[in-house]
Design a protein around this ligand. Structure first.
Ligand code: PEP
Ligand code: MN
Length: 338
């Protein structure tokens, strides 16, 4: 349920009404927007007396929200959420680019790539330390050592680091060492993991599951938000379709539609979407044009020798060219690359 307060209602009146509703067993979230405040009610609202609420002199409108997602729902929070990580910003007109290798491989590699992508205008560094591989015989990532190398790259460049968590037992370590916690496509519905990262204070980059609907994806964000962590970035990374020429199929419609359903920022991963380096640029530009709030792009200093996903990695030079086009197109789409 959503209660829109009349413009100019004092915070004292808002607190009074919130307390009344909390006494009835509801959880109340207040969003103070430009001009008016909105109260989002979560819990069993079936016994809330709509008529009684409507005659409150400070209440403009009361609406029942039929969608199962509440905190992530745009009706609860009409304005775009902006996720801020140091100097980087994603959402609400700020376009953020996260770039780096699929996996951290060595100190030299991660620092070299970090310096390159920073020069080209990336605002965050990606790099997997714990890798969700289809085969148990493939490179599984450097684990905890990889996190340390990401920190070295952060020290060298100042770029905040984004890396994937696969096991809730590492939440404390990630809280201490990482700037943005990535939930990979394969773990989008690992609800125990979602609940644990929901207790963290670090922003979460939530990738769309391989065959998940928009609602399922937003419900996973709701899991994280229901534990208190409201800084969630959604990431479209391509979905399973009947096409086999590309690794996945980038669902461009997800950008405008999910942004209509939710206030959370939506970014795009053109690397895992297409699966080949020659598809990265056109898919990235299509995402900018469709209104994405950012990109996460795989960049490797020697793609042919990469331990993971070299075929879809851009060279630093190619990434630099892509960034020039992204900046131009972002301007047309009304966004600024920060
Ligand atoms: C990744 O970003 O390295 C990754 C494994 O992505 P996804 O979870 O989207 O497959
Ligand atoms: Mn990868």
């Amino acid at each position: 349920m959503v209660i829109v307060m009349k413009p100019g209602t004092s915070q004292e009146e808002i607190r009074k009404l919130s307390r009344q509703l909390e006494d009835q067993g509801m959880k109340v979230g207040v969003t103070n927007g430009v001009g008016c405040s909105i109260l989002g009610l979560v819990g069993d609202t079936t016994h809330v007396d709509m008529d009684k609420l409507s005659i409150n002199e400070h209440v403009e409108r009361v609406m029942r929200v039929s969608e199962p997602y509440k905190r992530a729902n745009r009706k609860f929070h009409p304005e775009d959420t902006v996720v801020t990580v140091g100097r980087a910003k994603i959402g609400g007109g700020s376009f953020g680019v996260i770039a780096g290798p699929c996996s951290v491989e060595s100190k030299e590699q991660i620092i070299e790539v970090a310096e390159d992508v920073q020069r080209s205008g990336a605002s965050m560094l990606r790099g997997g330390a714990f890798k969700p591989r289809t085969s148990p015989y493939s490179f599984q990532g450097m684990g905890v050592d990889g996190l340390e190398l990401l920190l070295e790259a952060k020290k060298a460049t100042g770029l905040p680091v984004v890396t994937e968590i696969m096991n809730p037992k590492y939440c404390e370590l990630f809280e201490e060492k990482v700037d943005v916690v990535q939930i990979g496509a394969r773990n989008m519905q690992n609800f125990d993991l979602l609940k644990e990262v929901g207790k963290m204070t670090k922003p979460v980059l939530l990738k769309r599951g391989l065959s998940s609907t928009y609602e399922e994806w937003i419900m996973s964000a709701e899991y994280i938000m229901s534990e208190g962590n409201e800084n969630v970035i959604l990431c479209e990374r391509g979905i399973r379709t009947f096409e086999t020429a590309t690794r996945n199929t980038l669902d461009i419609s997800a950008i405008p539609e999910v942004k209509r359903m939710s206030h959370l920022p939506v970014i795009v991963d053109p690397s895992h979407s297409g699966g080949y380096y020659w598809l990265v640029e056109p898919l990235a530009l299509a995402a900018v044009a469709a209104g994405a709030d950012g990109l996460i792009v795989e960049v490797h200093n020697d793609p042919a020798c990469a331990k993971c996903d070299g075929q879809q990695s851009l060279t630093p030079k190619h990434f630099d060219k892509l960034m020039e086009k992204v900046r131009l197109l972002a301007q047309v789409a009304g966004k600024t690359v920060v």
